[in-house]
Design a protein around this ligand. Structure first.
Ligand SMILES: Nc1ncnc2c1ncn2[C@@H]1O[C@H](COP(=O)(O)OP(=O)(O)OP(=O)(O)O)[C@@H](O)[C@H]1O
Length: 318
């Protein structure tokens, strides 16, 4: 668990982070969003003491981080950044194994771990282990950066735009991998992003910052449904907020039992979102879809009226 209590950071006369308080529970993914220069990266870098806070307290698992040696702390916390920070003269495998080697793991265990992570992140060992960062595409380099952050199996991961500057398909693939990793391994993750769709899709806790302060925090749906002010509303998507809400609301929330009427021909997976259901209705020119399970068996239906007529923000079906 990470706790920030009234944490402040000043650079000269400028207060970059102004008395923020935030708790990120174990296994939670917390996304920090806000306009450029609002203090997101500074907040992240104070957690692993790349930047020292000058007011307030930061605790990790109940202990003030000032009690830890900075280097020891950073070996316990994975850190992935947009520019990857890979060592250019080291191979991919050597880059990924950096922290385990610093922690003096036996060589065979480091190799095993590196290969495990490369497989996890879709980087075939034979193809990539001996390559150098300059020989990688941006997306591959970011995967290596994420693998390196995960190498020593840290409980905490700090990620500063780790998927920035990637094409939408690669980015979405990595988002799915991250969510999967988090669900399986219960990592505590603090994630900085400028991409609101990414923040809404990934975050358990969404934190909106403005000029060094936290303006609002909560579950993405809570913020979409009740933004604290016009700034939050506009940052979260302005007039598009309804669609963004549909993009993170699962179909099963609005699903009804199959009606005795004819089974709808068009089908949608039960894991789909309302946004995907709307897109399919639009594409297929239909107002009802059968919701199907993994074996393509209908488990219910969803209708346009069920989605729109009920009013998304009411959170109930009629
Ligand atoms: N090392 C530094 N020295 C002086 N000022 C700094 C330093 N690092 C950050 N700042 C200032 O602190 C403020 C917050 O910066 P920070 O990088 O945390 O913002 P951010 O929200 O991450 O921005 P962006 O979205 O553009 O990355 C900015 O005004 C920035 O200019």
């Amino acid at each position: 668990m990470i706790e920030l209590k009234s944490v402040t950071k000043r650079f000269g006369s400028e207060t970059a982070v102004d008395a923020i308080s935030l708790t990120v529970n174990r296994g939670e993914l917390c996304a920090l969003v806000g306009t450029s220069g609002c203090g997101k990266s500074t907040t992240l870098r104070m957690i692993n003491r790349l930047i020292e806070h000058d007011g307030g307290e930061i605790h990790i698992d109940g202990r003030p981080i000032r009690e830890f040696d900075g280097r020891v702390l950073r070996r316990r916390i994975g850190y992935a950044i947009q520019s990857t920070g890979l060592f250019p003269h080291w191979s991919v495998a050597r880059n990924i194994g950096l922290v385990p080697r610093l922690l003096k793991w036996p060589a065979a265990r480091v190799t095993e771990r590196v290969e495990e992570l490369m497989a996890l992140l879709g980087l075939p060992v034979e193809q990539f282990a001996d390559k150098y960062p300059a020989q990688l595409s941006g997306g591959q380099a970011q995967r290596v950066g994420v693998a390196r952050a995960l190498a020593a199996d840290p409980d905490i991961l700090l990620m500063d735009e780790p998927f920035g500057a990637l094409d939408p398909i690669t980015r979405e693939g990595l988002q799915v991998e991250l969510r999967d990793l988090q669900a399986r391994l219960q990592k505590t993750i603090v994630f900085v992003t400028h991409d609101m769709d990414e923040a809404l899709a990934l975050a358990d806790r969404l934190v909106v910052m403005k000029a060094g302060r936290i303006v609002q925090q909560g579950r993405p749906l809570e913020l979409l449904r009740a933004p604290a002010d016009a700034f939050v509303a506009s940052l979260l998507g302005g007039d598009d907020r309804g669609l963004k809400e549909a993009a993170i609301t699962p179909v099963v929330e609005r699903m009804r039992p199959l009606s005795p009427r004819l089974l709808p021909q068009a089908r949608i997976a039960r894991e789909a979102t309302l946004h995907q259901a709307l897109a399919m209705m639009f594409r297929e020119r239909v107002e009802r879809l059968a919701v199907v399970d993994d074996e393509d068996m209908p488990v219910g239906e969803i209708s346009l009226r069920g989605i729109v007529g009920a009013g998304l923000s009411e959170g109930r079906d009629r």
